[in-house]
Design a protein. Structure first.
Length: 309
């Protein structure tokens, strides 16, 4: 029999823990027909509610349920990595506890694995229920990323993905501290089938992803899978050096030929502010990459486990 590992990252999801379990095993005939054993790995990302307690109750009822609880909140990327390391299955699938990733798609996803695909990924074709501003910036992020990075990142891609053991081992080989899973999936490659579905709103609770957190997450993706911003900073620096040289030449010619002194301090102040702003912008870009390098070289663990059941 094949073993399917279901990874469920959780942060303050006590209301959804049992609902997810019930929904996953609602149709057990599929697992029985395909001779699939299941293990469910709840990764408690330092929740402040009773998420861990709810998982322990499930574990007492069903030994297929496992709990990995962090010492604090390390973020969803760390939870995904911990789940992949813990998973023992021949097949591994990642799903959100809020049921925005419908378990009903699993039979279809498994069929594609049997057809020879290494990975079956999902993407939302609509962003129903999201604020328009958030949806706009999300689409812009995917467009920009696919223009400046060699790694393809599909618009609307979810973390909901069924993978073979070979794909999982390839992902685990990437031990970087600053993780951007959507980019990692694209970087490792393999034969992938994409399934599209309508956006499903959370069953209970509220999303943990604010606009600011998503913005910071997008910066992680850009700096992790593209060096184009550094190139842009270099090009801007060269252009401003050329512009400054030309302005010096023009000023000298005006003074020699027309005796026209340099006029007006307001224009000088504006130029200084503009150049200073561009310099700070370019330093900020360099600083982003430098900070990521700093975190990598310290070799800190990606997460710390408080409890493993």
């Amino acid at each position: 029999m094949k073993l399917l590992s279901v990874i469920v990252p959780c942060y303050n999801e006590e209301e959804n823990v049992r609902d997810f379990y019930d929904e996953l095993f609602k149709n057990t005939s599929f697992f029985e027909k395909k001779e699939i054993e299941v293990e469910v790995l709840y990764i408690d990302d330092g929740s402040k509610d009773k998420t861990a307690e709810e998982v322990k109750k499930l574990h007492a009822e069903d030994e297929r349920v496992h709990l990995v609880s962090f010492s604090r909140n390390f973020g969803k990327e760390a939870a995904i990595y911990a789940g992949l390391r813990k998973a023992k299955g021949d097949l591994v699938v990642m799903m959100d506890a809020d049921l925005q990733d419908p378990p009903s798609l699993l039979p279809e996803m498994y069929e594609y694995i049997e057809q020879g695909y290494d990975s079956v990924a999902t993407r939302r074709v609509t962003r129903k229920g999201e604020p328009p501003v958030r949806s706009f910036f999300a689409r812009m992020f995917y467009r920009i990323m696919n223009k400046i990075s060699k790694t393809e990142i599909v618009d609307g891609a979810r973390d909901y993905r069924l993978m073979t053991r070979q794909v999982v081992d390839s992902i685990l080989a990437m031990t970087e501290y600053n993780r951007f899973t959507k980019g990692i999936f694209g970087w490792v490659g393999y034969k992938t089938k994409w399934l599209e579905y309508e956006n499903i709103e959370r069953k209970k609770g509220e999303t943990k992803w604010s606009f600011w957190k998503l913005f910071l997450y997008s910066l992680e993706g850009i700096t992790a899978f593209s060096t184009v911003p550094l190139t842009i900073a270099s090009v801007i620096g060269v252009l401003f050096c050329i512009l400054a040289f030309l302005m010096i030449v023009v000023t000298i010619i005006r003074k020699v030929c027309f005796g026209d002194p340099t006029s007006g301090w307001p224009s000088l102040v504006c130029i200084i502010m503009l150049v200073s702003g561009v310099q700070l912008f370019c330093l900020g870009i360099v600083g982003q990459y430098l900070s990521k390098t700093y975190m990598e070289v310290k070799k800190r663990p990606i997460y710390l486990v408080k409890e493993d059941i």
